[in-house]
Ligand binder design. Structure first.
Ligand SMILES: [Zn+2]
Length: 307
C-alpha cells in the first residue's frame, strides 16, 4: 500500500489551525473539534522523524486494545473438527459429508448470532446517546446505517462497539446537518473524546464518507434555539458569518467559537442581548474565545456595537 505523505496544517473537519502534535502517541489532534487527524506522525517530515524509535516499537508491541469478543454462550456444543465419533472411531464417509454440512451451518449461525448481538447492542447504545442529545429520528437511522456498514467491512475489530457507535453518530449528525461537537458526543456517550475522534477518522476514511467541514453557520440554528433567540437574530448571525466567511475571517478558527461570537453580536444588535457567558455555555467554548472572536469580527466587518 502506498503511503501518502501529508503535511497537515489545517483540520479537515473544522478548518481550525490550532493543532497539537502529540509525540507520546504519535498523532495530531485538533484543539477545536477534538478530531485525531493523523496517526502517522512519522511521515510528517524531518521534524517528525526525530520521534523516538524505541517509543514507537514499544507502542506497536502493545497494539490496539481488543475489546471485541464473540459471545458464544448457549452454543457450546461445537461439532468436533476431527472425523471421529464420540468413541474415537472413524466416521463413515457418508456421515462425514453430513457432519461437514452441519459444521458449516453451525459456524454460520455462530457468526450471524454474534453479529446480531453486536448490532443489537450497538443500536441500543446509539439510541441511548441520541436521545440524550435529543437528536431526530433521521440522524439515528443514518447512524445505524453507518454502523452497519462498519460492521460489514470488519471495522469493529480491535475497537469498542460503543466507540464505533459514537463515531457513527457523530458522522450522522454532520451528514444530517445537525452537527454536534465531539465534546458533546463524548459527554453523552461517556467516552473519551479522542477515542471517538480517532475512530471517526478511521471509519469515515474506510467507508469513504466525505463530509464537508462543519462551518460556523451550521451551528447557528441549534445555539440560537438553545438561547431562545428569535429567527431574526439567527438570520442576522448567519448574515454576519456569511460576510466573515467570504472575507476568510473564519478559516483557521474553531467553528463553534466563531458561530457563538456572531450570535452574540446579533443578539446585541437586535436588542435580544445574551451575555457572553450564556452564549459561551451553549457553544461549549470559553468566554475568552467569544471575546476574541467577536472583537475580530466586529473590527474587520465594521460592526459597531455598544457593550
Ligand atoms: Zn477540528
Amino acid at each position: 500500500m502506498e503511503r501518502k505523505v501529508e503535511y497537515i496544517e489545517i483540520c479537515p473537519e473544522c478548518n481550525s489551525k490550532s493543532l497539537t502534535k502529540d509525540y507520546e502517541r504519535a498523532e495530531i489532534v485538533c484543539n477545536d473539534c477534538g478530531l485525531v487527524i493523523d496517526e502517522k506522525i512519522m511521515d510528517m517530515g524531518p521534524e517528525w522523524r526525530a520521534f523516538d524509535y524505541e517509543q514507537r516499537v514499544k507502542r506497536s508491541r502493545v497494539g490496539a486494545p481488543m475489546t471485541y469478543t464473540i459471545h458464544d454462550k448457549g452454543l457450546s456444543t461445537v461439532i468436533d473438527w476431527r472425523d471421529k465419533d464420540s468413541y474415537g472411531k472413524d466416521i463413515a464417509p457418508r456421515s462425514r459429508a453430513q457432519i461437514y454440512r452441519l459444521r458449516k451451518w453451525q459456524q454460520r449461525i455462530r457468526v450471524s448470532n454474534a453479529t446480531e448481538r453486536n448490532l443489537a447492542f450497538a443500536l441500543t447504545e446509539l439510541d441511548r446517546v441520541a436521545s440524550r442529545l435529543t437528536l431526530p429520528r433521521n440522524v439515528r437511522e443514518t447512524a445505524a446505517v453507518v454502523y452497519r456498514k462498519a460492521v460489514e467491512k470488519g471495522l469493529i475489530r480491535g475497537r469498542s462497539i460503543e466507540g464505533v457507535a459514537a463515531a457513527s453518530l457523530y458522522a450522522a449528525c454532520r451528514k444530517c446537518k445537525v452537527p454536534r461537537t465531539l465534546d458533546e458526543i463524548a459527554d453523552s456517550a461517556k467516552l473519551n473524546r479522542k477515542e471517538i475522534g480517532r475512530t471517526y477518522r478511521f471509519v469515515s476514511r474506510e467507508l469513504s464518507i466525505s463530509l464537508k467541514p462543519t462551518t460556523p453557520i451550521d451551528y447557528v440554528p441549534r445555539f440560537g434555539s438553545e438561547l431562545s433567540l428569535s429567527g431574526e437574530v439567527q438570520s442576522k448571525a448567519i448574515e454576519i458569518l456569511g460576510k466573515a466567511m467570504s472575507q476568510e475571517l473564519t478559516s483557521g478558527r474553531g467553528p463553534t467559537g466563531v458561530s457563538a461570537a456572531a450570535i452574540y453580536i446579533a443578539s446585541v444588535l437586535l436588542g435580544e442581548r445574551r451575555t457572553q457567558r450564556e452564549v459561551a455555555d451553549v457553544a461549549g467554548v470559553t468566554e475568552v474565545t467569544i471575546r476574541n472572536r467577536y472583537k475580530e469580527l466586529a473590527e474587520r466587518l465594521d460592526i459597531e456595537i455598544t457593550i
